[in-house]
Design a protein around this ligand. Structure first.
Ligand code: CP3
Length: 333
């Protein structure tokens, strides 16, 4: 069994497996080289010659326990016919979703729109380098996707809740998102993804009274679906205030914590396997400081099933040598 599955299923605490969010990305010169020649990001995510190569780039360099498929959470709006573009130094920009047209999208239309994603997963999963390692598929959580679909760009620290005032439209959107997320998840698993991670990057924007409606119930629906496919699911509700309540409601197999989470507190309240935590900004400092901070997590979770990762994605300014140093440090722990 792979080290990550051993940690999740058998609750093995001896080995501390490791992978990183955004491990394939702009901090790698070999990625930037490819990116320069592929200006259209969505097109790049739909190129099944290049995506497997990008996905495996970090595994050629570092002793990681998983690959995460190179894709984006915004492939879902793309798949239901909402145009998505990435503008340099700005981020994603989405057209207005034509709700009527999206009702007419069938399962086979959707699978056809995203076919290269599944082909890429299939190709990567057959690569020998993944022997005894996992291939992580992922989706955005329903709430975070709703935010992008309606706000049509990344929100700042706050979002205008007026966007969500039309209950009827919101209900219909959640139904569409749930339907196609399940299709997307199932197809990733059928093509070789061994674990699914749900990214709820904007979970922190929801106040307590709305958590059940926007976060808990829609995410629970996905988690139960993924469990029914006998596949472990990792949830990352970034900046959520009450991880304990989230875990009790949704019961994921693993919870990824952000870098603001208090380690002692989480250990007192949560008994499922934990992933992540280390602030990616720490990776911009000297090795001694990186070691000190990584050991904080490794020591605190010594007797807890723990997958080493960060509290958010690797920053583009990170040196690849730093990632190597950190990975070896975790492996030697
Ligand atoms: O982790 C990995 O290595 C897998 C690849 C991955 C990407 N996006 C590639 C990517 C994953 C898991 C994602 C998830 C994703 N995408 C999230 C959830 C995690 C998070 O960051 O909170 C979100 C919110 C998105 C949407 C998204 N995609 C944004 C906001 C941006 C722009 C950010 C920026 O810096 O401009 C992206 C683009 C993106 N997705 C890049 C990568 C490597 C950068 C693209 C580039 O080269 O310009």
């Amino acid at each position: 069994m792979s080290p990550i599955l051993d940690c999740i299923i058998n609750k093995n605490t001896k080995k501390k497996p490791v992978w990183y969010m955004r491990q394939a990305g702009r901090y790698l010169p070999e990625f930037r080289e490819i990116r320069k020649k592929n200006q259209d990001f969505i097109k790049l995510c739909l190129n099944d010659n290049i995506v497997p190569e990008i996905t495996l780039q970090p595994l050629y360099r570092f002793n990681l326990d998983a690959a995460i498929i190179f894709s984006d959470i915004l492939m879902l709006p793309h798949g239901i016919g909402q145009k998505v573009e990435f503008k340099k130094d700005f981020g994603p920009i989405l057209d207005i979703l034509n709700l009527e047209a999206s009702y007419k999208i069938t399962e086979s239309d959707f699978l056809n729109n995203l076919k290269p994603v599944y082909k890429s997963i299939n190709r990567v999963s057959k690569n020998k380098i993944l022997n005894n390692k996992d291939l992580i598929g992922f989706v955005g959580a329903p709430w975070t996707l709703l935010v992008y679909i309606l706000n049509r760009k990344s929100p700042k620290k706050k979002i205008d809740m007026g966007l969500f005032s039309d209950e009827y439209t919101i209900k219909n959107l959640f139904t569409i998102i749930d339907k196609f997320l399940k299709i997307h998840i199932k197809s990733q698993i059928n093509n070789g993804a061994t674990i699914i991670q749900i990214f709820d990057s904007w979970a922190g924007l929801v106040d307590h009274q709305n958590l059940e409606k926007y976060i808990y119930k829609p995410t629970l629906s996905l988690v139960e679906f993924i469990k029914s496919l006998k596949t472990p699911v990792i949830c990352f509700p970034r900046n959520i205030k009450n991880y304990k309540e989230y875990v009790n409601f949704i019961k994921p197999d693993v919870i990824n914590i952000d870098y603001e989470v208090n380690i002692k507190n989480i250990l007192n309240h949560i008994n499922i396997p934990i992933q992540g935590g280390l602030d990616p900004k720490i990776l911009l400092s000297e090795n001694d400081n990186i070691k000190k901070n990584a050991l904080k997590y490794l020591n605190a979770f010594k007797d807890h099933p723990y997958i080493f990762n960060l509290g958010h994605g690797i920053l583009p300014e990170t040196k690849p040598e730093t990632v190597k140093y950190l990975t070896n440090l975790v492996k030697e722990f």
